[in-house]
Design a protein around this ligand. Sequence first.
Ligand code: UD1
Ligand code: UDP
Length: 359
Amino acid sequence: MNILSVIGARPQFIKCAPLSRSIRKEHTEILVHTGQHYDPEMSDIFFKELNIPEPDYNLGVGSSTHGEQTGKMLIEIEKVLAKEKPDLVLVYGDTNSTLAGALAASKLSIKVAHVEAGLRSFDRSMPEEINRVLTDHTSGLLLCPTKSAVLNLEKEGINTGVYNVGDVMLDALKYNLKIAEEKVSVLEDLSLNSNEYMVATVHRASNTDNSENLSSIVNAFCDAGVPIVFPVHPRTKKYLKHHGLWEKLCEKVKVVPPLGYLEMLKLMAHSRKVLTDSGGVQKEAYMLGVPCITMRENTEWVETVEDGGNILVGAVYEKIMDAIFNFEGEPETGNFFGTGNACVNICEILKSMSVSYSS
Ligand code: UD1
Ligand code: UDP
């Protein structure tokens, strides 16, 4: 098959690395980067360290409001689809790049495959939730990472083309953890000892754009009494400065620029606990067996909480502090995301489809 993959934001580069490698063994892949993320440490670094092929198209869409950003992507992706005429469009996750890819393809009657289908936080105030729901309802192939994702789709009447394939992020983690352990010197570079620090990430709009929430998070990090390493997302840096919190944070916390995936993996693997509002980081902490404190009111990765490895604390100072000191998060099963074979499973499905395409 001729498969066109749309990526554009940091987590999509990480998810596409193992799947793109597998797909290219049997199919032709055209890679489209929307340009949603464009800083070298939000984009180029992942292509280099994960050996992701150079995109065939970079649409250079950049940052703007949701409507403008998604609209520009839609216009540009449609032009590429009209030229390349792929058999299938592959989209990942829940960003504006995901939705634009799915909409552009479905309006041209091109089948859409959604990797990470069926996730729901049931919070429609999250832009990502809107992207997830709309993408799933325009997709013909729904590649779910978990059983609960399949059930979520069933409840919305989506029953055909649905597969539980496992999580491609586990494939990425398994492939790269050993490389990270051997090659990366981030602990030495930041003068950290294993299990004597915590790592934090924050970028969710509900935390960054709200000064009260961001200030509670910063205060908790400053009072944690343990070194916190905080690779700061560009969105968060902008709002930390805007809300007058940047200097205070930098005095008490190890603030660093966004890190590469290998550095991030090694940092998380040796961290006492992880503090985050990221979807991907919640899962990775769980997969690594590191207790995760999630600074959100809800999560689409419900298994990590139900299994005891993750706790939801919102952006509430007292709850964050309590979890920093008391949450020990030991997952009961530690096994909700498959076996690290998601890419093989997806390629099996694509293979059976390509038979019907060629006949
Ligand atoms: C986006 C996704 C979010 C995902 C996250 C991963 C949407 C709606 N949101 O959020 O689901 O979890 O990516 O990291 O798609 N910026 C830069 N340089 C960059 C990229 C962004 O400076 O390379 C700044 C700009 O000021 C921009 C802001 O970050 O306005 C937000 O970027 P954007 O891509 O709109 O959303 P994210 O918060 O990154
Ligand atoms: N990540 C990274 N460097 C960082 C922060 C995160 O490589 O400085 C990785 C992280 O390990 C995970 C992915 O980025 O694989 C998660 O992306 P992000 O938190 O930006 O988005 P989300 O998963 O919330 O959509």
